[in-house]
Design a protein around this ligand. Structure first.
Ligand code: ADP
Length: 158
């Protein structure tokens, strides 16, 4: 059984994340979306809110699970017996960062294999941080996030 974990903040989930999830779910037997709960980071949406949005968004995919993680991702992977860490890349800047991260994770556990999936072109400008900024000015996020996320952003920025 080929399992992979796709970790991220998902604060909030965007159509870019969902694109990676759908494509990866058709490759791996099981895909675990790992919602980061890092106490040092400030999130707009709580971990429970991010998990609940993601669960709703992937409910049609039986092989996609959504979980939280407040430890190092390598420890999560070890606990779950998963060797593949999936990350999405939008461009060269993402890649530079992701490459370093993968080296660090490899140093922590050499069994972990990071696999990069490039974004589909229509999603490459989508970034949770810019979408939050746009939403904070009441800009229209349609076409960037799923409708339920657009609604949740409106609640955060009334
Ligand atoms: P993190 O805080 O860990 O970077 P993000 O939620 O920003 O978490 O991203 C999680 C993963 O999804 C990362 O691998 C990121 O590169 C990828 N990702 C984010 N947006 C996109 C997108 N539009 N297209 C492809 N991958 C994306």
């Amino acid at each position: 059984m080929l399992k992979a974990a796709f970790p991220g903040s998902f604060d909030p989930p965007t159509l870019g994340h969902i694109n990676i999830v759908r494509r990866a779910a058709s490759i791996f037997d099981e895909l675990v979306l790992v919602v980061a709960e890092n106490r040092q980071k400030k999130y707009l949406f709580s971990a429970a809110e991010r998990v609940s949005m993601l669960r709703e968004l992937v409910k049609d995919r039986e092989n996609v699970l959504v979980e939280t993680c407040d430890t190092l991702i390598v420890d999560f992977l070890r606990r779950r017996n998963i060797r593949i860490l999936l990350r999405g890349v939008r461009g060269i800047d993402d890649f530079a960062y992701e490459f370093e991260l993968s080296m660090m994770n490899k140093a922590l556990d050499h069994r972990i294999e990071t696999i990069f999936m490039t974004t589909d072109p229509e999603y490459f400008v989508l970034r949770s941080s810019s979408i939050k900024e746009l939403a904070s000015f009441h800009g229209d996020t349609t076409g960037m996030v799923p409708p339920l996320v657009a609604e949740a952003l409106k609640v955060k920025y009334p």
